[in-house]
Design a protein. Sequence first.
Length: 150
Amino acid sequence: MKIYIGSDHRGIELKEEIIKYLKEEGLNVIPSSVPNSETDDYPDFAFDVAKNVLKNPDSLGIVICGNGIGISIAANKVKGIRCARVINSDDAFKAKNHNGANMIAFGGLDIEVAKEIVDIFITTQSAREQRHLKRIEKITQYENGDIECI
């Protein structure tokens, strides 16, 4: 499994720690090719990571900004991406297992909390229960223009 990761200037240190941790765990981590600068913009990293996650269906994405909100909103503008802003391991579990997230976003977390979140997100099975699958499918159908708002 490939794990794509990117961050704006406010998440560089946390991103580097996560990359180091995941590589030590033997995972295939691919940083965003978008260069960081003091004036970079979080949407650029969200779009880059999301694009790569879509090209590699068995992959996951992690994006980091000041608080994870803006970068998750940007990632969710990419058709086929379900990015959840998470702040704890329960959020990470439910993002993937209940909501079919293929990306997570966060920011400003303690490194140990971030590692726990990433571990849970990577190891949790994708949604399998019919009630969750039905909801994910409804989101996909709406995104594809196959259904209207109810």
